[in-house]
Design a binder for this molecule. Structure first.
Ligand code: C5P
Length: 212
């Protein structure tokens, strides 16, 4: 078994594709963005958190069905709320937060057979991942996909607001000092603008099958 790193900007379709690739190959899926969101929620609820004690204070676990538990509480829906989305990039730029999560992600993936999606998987978390994909799409396409998701959750946000939010989050993720979002030298670039979910999934599964 190998590990597969899928990085890229916000709402490029990474999690949808990563889950499908994992199912197809019989691998496990690790949503690293959800982990940054969980820490953002923890900080929101515990404003005086000592950044040097994250490992003692925070326990993050995924259930078999992909639900996220923060200190034994199911926060799967809460971490998608818009105030978390707005603040997550700022939290993700903190050195202590990144060190804590990168360490945890490496431990989980050391067993192999994982598809991880995020921003720094191929460049920092698993520079030796056997397959690295950098997934992109235009901001308009990404915002339209996110609009459908948000509306299905009852959040009737405007498309233009989502485009602004996506561009702002990408800029912040690409320009931060520690592990900014970049395409690793050895990552395969996949642009999903013109491709269906099945086409992208099949392309990555084919690439993975060549590596095992
Ligand atoms: O993937 P998602 O959009 O849920 O990620 C939320 C945020 O978490 C990103 O905008 C980014 O700031 C941060 N993140 C990160 N490194 C990762 C995954 C996510 O900095 N590996």
């Amino acid at each position: 078994m190998i590990n597969i790193a899928i990085d890229g900007p916000a709402a490029a379709g990474k999690s949808t594709i990563a889950k499908r690739v994992a199912t197809n190959l019989g691998y496990k899926y690790l949503d690293t963005g959800a982990m940054y969101r969980a820490i953002t929620l923890f900080f929101h609820e515990n404003s005086d958190t000592d950044l040097n004690k994250l490992a003692e204070l925070i326990d993050i676990e995924f259930s078999q069905e992909g639900k996220l538990f923060l200190n034994d509480k199911d926060v799967t829906d809460k971490i998608r709320e818009s105030h978390i989305t707005k603040n997550v990039s700022q939290v993700a730029s903190l050195r202590e937060v990144r060190e804590f999560l990168v360490d945890l992600q490496r431990k989980i993936a050391s067993k192999k057979g994982y598809v991880l999606d995020g921003r720094d998987i191929g460049s920092v978390v698993l520079p030796d991942a056997e397959l690295k994909v950098f997934m992109t799409a235009s901001p308009e396409v990404r915002a339209k996909r996110r609009l459908i998701e948000e509306h299905s959750r009852g959040n009737m946000i405007e498309l233009s607001t989502l485009i602004d939010e996506i561009i702002e989050r990408d800029t912040s993720d690409m320009t931060r000092d520690i592990s900014p979002l970049i395409q690793a030298d050895d990552a395969v670039l996949v642009s999903t603008d013109e491709l269906s979910i099945d086409e992208v999934t099949n392309e990555i599964v084919e690439l993975a099958n060549k590596k095992v």
